[in-house]
Ligand binder design. Structure first.
Ligand code: PGA
Length: 254
């Protein structure tokens, strides 16, 4: 059985004070949950404070991006080692907002994944089709391209440390969630793709999160799908009450 992982992608939200307030509520309310991995991904500026606040709790922390070089003249960028230094364990890479607003390519995402792995950070690789691509029946081509391109030269062994998040772009922040069947179909496709390229065992162990307008009222149907192993949550992760409910919904002990 794959352990579900619920991650809050806070995006460019929350000052340090606000971040601490949220994470303290989460760690108090979720302290007894052991069968779900719980992850928060604050902005860079809050990482250090949040890591101190979650120390010793069951809440893990991730960043939302990194730059692949180790150090040097790259004004405004943050390296994998710097993230490790704040006690980050995970890093979201290739999010659709990075791909569309900041023009990140699969090749660049691939370099970032390699840099993350080298620094012992666990990458969450995001993939997903746009609305036009879905309407043109190109969903599987786009996903295959993103998965293969972003994972170029990665070994099956390394893949054990990677999570994939399927986030249809048309569902992110729009309130339009993919139906559980639509999501399951793509998740199964990704698992098959990984199986064909990295072996059955690796594919069976891979955790694939769904992302895109996940809310307390739709999480149950999503998480009940056989190939959905958790969620990457944007908007609903900013409110303690919602995120607590989302995590609790994925716990069978609850
Ligand atoms: P959303 O964002 O939950 O607000 O749709 C998801 C994401 O971008 O990871």
């Amino acid at each position: 059985m794959r352990k579900p992982i619920m991650a809050g992608n806070w995006k460019m939200n929350k000052t340090i004070t606000e971040a601490l307030d949220l994470v303290r509520q989460l760690s108090m309310e979720l302290k007894d949950i052991k069968d779900v991995d719980i992850l928060v991904c604050p902005a860079f500026t809050a990482l250090h404070s949040v890591s101190q606040a979650v120390e010793g709790s069951n809440i893990k922390m991730g960043a939302q991006n990194l730059f692949w070089e180790e150090k040097g003249a790259f004004t405004g960028e943050v390296s994998a080692l710097m993230l490790k230094d704040t006690h980050c364990e995970y890093v979201i890479l290739g999010h659709s907002e990075r791909r569309s607003i900041f023009k990140e390519t699969n090749d660049q995402v691939n370099k970032k994944i390699k840099a993350a792995l080298k620094a012992d950070l666990l990458p969450i690789l995001c993939v997903g089709e746009r609305l036009q691509e879905r309407e043109d029946d190109k969903t599987y081509d786009v996903i295959a391209d993103q998965v293969k391109g972003s994972l170029a030269d990665i070994s099956a062994d390394e893949l054990k440390n990677i999570i994939i998040a399927y986030e249809p772009v048309w569902a992110i922040g729009t309130g339009k969630v993919a139906s559980p069947e639509q999501a399951q179909e793509v998740h199964a496709f990704i698992r098959k793709l990984i199986s064909d390229n990295f072996g059955v065992e690796t594919a069976q162990g891979l955790r694939i999160q769904y992302g895109g307008s996940v809310k307390p009222d739709n999480i149950k149907d999503l998480i009940n799908q056989p190939d959905i192993d958790g969620a990457l949550v944007g908007g609903a992760s900013l409110k303690a009450e919602d995120f607590i409910q989302l995590v609790q919904a994925c716990s069978i002990e609850d």
